[in-house]
Design a protein around this ligand. Structure first.
Ligand code: ADP
Ligand code: MG
Length: 696
């Protein structure tokens, strides 16, 4: 028997239940069932009395008899079943909306039941919706640590409640005994003092003691984090060993003249260091895959530009891909201005160009007349071909899907170097796991003379004061952003918010004394950039907009950022928005407007913003408050599939496993040693799955 055996062969399963297990819990094989870990453990001998329930009671076990069964039809097709569980001290209501028929038939009077669930208060009455319920038996008095599995109403209706699942697991474990294969080399197990996998999987389902349980969980977490990183790091190592990249040997005229004649300021030390790292990386003969992290305003664009000049010095074209048309246009303007007089051809390719313009650009590009191409995702269209593409810079990486990047990569026979820039600081733990196969450069320093932005929280009641403040800043020659949230699902509603706000601001800031711009996603691209340009040139005082200005827009004279309904934004978005001010024009302010009463989480976001401007600290808080699931860019990563490990809580283990993997690959990059046979086997299995390894 192997763990690959189909689940239908397990005693107690059969074809029908097998189909259901597959559909509901993705359990197809013995191994899948073995890896369905309990989501909690209950001590069934520790019973809570109904009269002990209070607001602090979480998941608990009750014991009693059922009475007063009621069924209420709630609509044509659905009904609600309620029943009282009485335990001598009082009763609690149990409620079902699904599987009603089955439960009703199962429940018998004068039988003692064990009920598990989390009580909540409804109409002054304690109740549990969809509790786990099963007849009590004396053996329950001794069982400690009974596993509780997540199951579904459909499974329950087929008799597969948590108890039944645990019986299946028990059957399986008895059948396979001690033959569960090991996944880690012995020396790794010994070095880290891990519980063997066999023992760990037995204990994770049926713990023999609390200590054994925690060791079992630790082992599973180790596996998860270890193999995630092995996968990434092995790929990077393999790429470095085998694949060739363009060799950018020289730093020539373009770079040197720009450096000597064009840079209007001295580079920060961080910028210099990062450029050095990039230069070194691009002449190794391997493809560069580098992530450039730097807070908003840290000067990433300049680094990108200089990197592109190195490409040009080595006879290669390069392109810069931006997430929005506004940004692409802005980069284009910056580049043409900064490169003025150097005889370098820069072109802008966006979706809204006329077909003839597009055709001309594409022809010039293919013939090699364009040195630097800037654009939006129009760049990855199949019809765009380069003469000799040597470098791809991707701005604000999280907006581009992996597939899109893969498409870009395919535009040259030798993989172009890749530089991914992001202003969303990635917490260390995440960077370690997620970008195990990416080199990382960090600009951790802002250009000199920047005063930290002052951030304040104001409730709607203080609006007039905020308006006064805006007037003063405008009188001092400054410009102001007012930003409204725009969240997709309720777009028209949000747009109304924006329009109402715009009207109220127009009334308080009347023409001709004040000039207003407005930008939102529903406007045609031309109108958008027209408004942006007016604001940039200082012709308007206030820019009212949605989050389309979120990323990268650069207007140094703007010193006030007012964020409306700030409670509706996530932390990283607030941080991005705040980064639009404080870009060189003197003391800047960010005002977070919210309603009076805030939910706990929202209040914490607002106070974090007021307390710090450090992007990394904000990213850590974001991760803590939201969990990794919501952080942009993580969808494609394996992080979301982590079953037991937690990227925040298990930071030390992330570091340990990473070091372990690094050491193993340093000693044996191709995993040829017999000691590492298990690891190589894992990698081979992974290789059978689709991957985008060359693009990171
Ligand atoms: P990022 O893309 O990292 O958010 P930018 O590249 O847009 O930041 O730079 C922000 C502003 O700082 C720009 O106006 C840029 O010209 C300016 N800047 C960049 N590097 C320096 C420097 N070393 N000294 C002074 N100003 C700089
Ligand atoms: Mg930028």
């Amino acid at each position: 028997m192997t763990l690959d055996t189909e689940i239908s062969y397990l005693k107690g399963v059969g074809p029908q239940r097998a189909a259901l297990l597959g559909k509901e819990l993705s359990i197809y094989t013995y191994a899948d069932l073995l890896m369905l870990f309990p989501f909690r453990y209950v001590d069934r001998s520790s019973i809570t009395r109904v009269d002990q329930i209070d607001n602090d009671t979480s998941f608990a076990v009750f014991k009693g008899i059922v009475r007063n069964m009621h069924t209420v039809k709630t609509s044509l097709r659905s009904e609600r079943l309620t029943v009282d569980l009485y335990d001598g001290s009082g009763s609690i209501e149990l409620v079902w909306f699904q599987g009603v028929k089955w439960i009703r038939e199962k429940l018998k009077p004068n039988v003692e039941y064990l009920v598990m669930g989390t009580p909540s208060q409804y109409n002054g009455m304690w109740q549990i919706t969809h509790p786990e319920i099963e007849p009590y038996s004396y053996s329950d008095d001794h069982h400690n640590y009974t596993p509780v599995y997540s199951t579904t109403e459909k499974l329950k209706a087929a008799g597969l409640n948590t108890k039944a699942i645990s019986r299946l697991v028990d059957t399986l474990l008895k059948q396979i005994g001690d033959t569960i294969p090991e996944t880690l080399p012995q020396y790794v197990i010994a070095r880290h003092g891990l519980m063997p996998r066999n023992q760990s999987l037995h204990n994770i389902h049926f713990p023999t003691s609390p200590q054994a349980l925690s060791q079992a969980i630790e082992r599973q977490k180790f596996d998860e984090l270890f193999f995630l990183q092995l996968n990434y790091q092995y790929r990077r190592t393999a790429r470095n060993l085998h694949s060739s990249g363009l060799v950018f040997q020289t730093v020539g005229d373009n770079f040197n003249r720009f450096f000597a004649e064009k840079i209007p300021f001295t580079l920060t030390d961080a910028q210099k260091r990062v450029i050095k790292e990039i230069r070194a990386d691009m002449r190794t003969g391997r493809q560069m895959n580098r992530l450039l992290q730097g807070d908003v305003g840290s000067g990433k664009t300049l680094v990108a530009l200089m990197t592109m000049l190195i490409a040009l010095d080595n006879g290669c074209q390069s392109c810069l891909m931006a997430p929005t048309e506004i940004l692409a246009t802005q980069h284009y303007n910056t580049f043409t201005k900064m490169l003025d007089g150097l005889g370098i051809n820069v072109a802008l390719l966006t979706g809204s160009l006329r077909p003839v313009e597009k055709r001309t650009i594409k022809r010039n590009l293919a013939e090699g007349h364009i040195d630097i191409l800037i654009g939006t995702h129009a760049l990855i269209e199949d019809s765009v071909t380069f003469n000799q593409l040597g470098l791809v810079v991707i701005d604000e990486q999280h907006r581009f899907g992996v597939q899109q990047r893969a498409k870009l990569w395919a535009k040259n026979s030798i993989a172009p170097h890749i530089l991914v820039m992001t202003a969303t600081p990635i917490p260390r733990t995440l960077a370690m796991t997620l970008y195990g196969d990416l080199e990382c450069s960090v600009i951790d320093e802002l250009p000199p003379g920047r005063q930290p932005i002052k951030t304040m929280h104001a409730t709607d009641a203080k609006r007039l004061l905020v308006f006064d403040f805006m007037r003063k800043q405008i009188a001092a020659g400054r410009q102001v952003y007012v930003v409204y949230p725009l969240i997709n699902e309720s777009e028209s509603l949000d747009l109304k918010d924006l329009m109402d706000g715009y009207e109220s601001i127009s009334r308080s800031f009347p023409q001709p004394k004040y000039q207003l711009s407005i930008v939102h996603g529903k406007m045609p691209a031309e109108a958008k950039s027209y408004e942006m340009e007016r604001f940039k040139r200082g012709e308007t005082n206030i820019m009212v907009s949605t989050t389309v200005i979120e990323v990268g827009v650069d207007v140094p004279n703007a010193t006030v950022m007012v964020i409306e309904n700030a409670e509706r934004f996530g932390l990283s978005q607030l941080h991005q928005l705040r980064g639009r001010v404080g870009r060189g024009g003197g003391q800047s302010y960010c005002i977070l407007m919210t309603k009076d009463r805030l939910a706990k989480n929202a209040a914490e976001r607002i106070s974090t913003m007021c307390a710090t401007t450090d992007g990394f600290r904000i990213a850590e808080a974001d991760l803590r408050l939201r969990g990794p699931g919501d952080i942009q860019g993580l969808q494609q990563s394996g992080i979301l599939n982590l079953k037991v490990a937690d990227i925040v809580d298990d930071e030390p283990l992330v570091a340990t496993t990473r070091q372990s993997v690094t050491a193993i690959l340093e000693a044996d990059p191709e995993l040829r040693s017999p000691d590492n046979a298990l690891l190589l086997k894992y990698i081979r299995q992974q290789a059978a799955k689709p991957s985008w390894e060359k693009i990171s």
